[in-house]
Ligand binder design. Sequence first.
Ligand SMILES: [Zn+2]
Length: 116
Amino acid sequence: MDKRDVFVQIDQMEEQMGTLYSELGRMKQHIKELLEENKRLSLENQQLRKLLKDVDHADAELPLVPITAAQAKEITGEGHDNLARLYHEGFHICNVYYGHLRTEGDCLFCMSFLNK
Ligand SMILES: [Zn+2]
């Protein structure tokens, strides 16, 4: 094989590696989007199931009484717990990137929100 052929081959390999590298980047982005969509759908599913359960229980005709301050606080606490869980599962809960996968570790916006 003559020297020029070797350089031509190396150039071709370099080009192929470049293509592979950008393909890898695209795949990584795609996986990230799939994970985010999966989380969105499972949360939606969870909320719909809860709603369905509530509709079933509505048949029991519960009297409509205003909730007490303690009950309201409990409900708010539950929301906070859900958000904290979501954050620890690796998703943003801040209003800047809500629902997106945290790929860079902790997020200061989320942290300040959690500490409220
Ligand atoms: Zn965040």
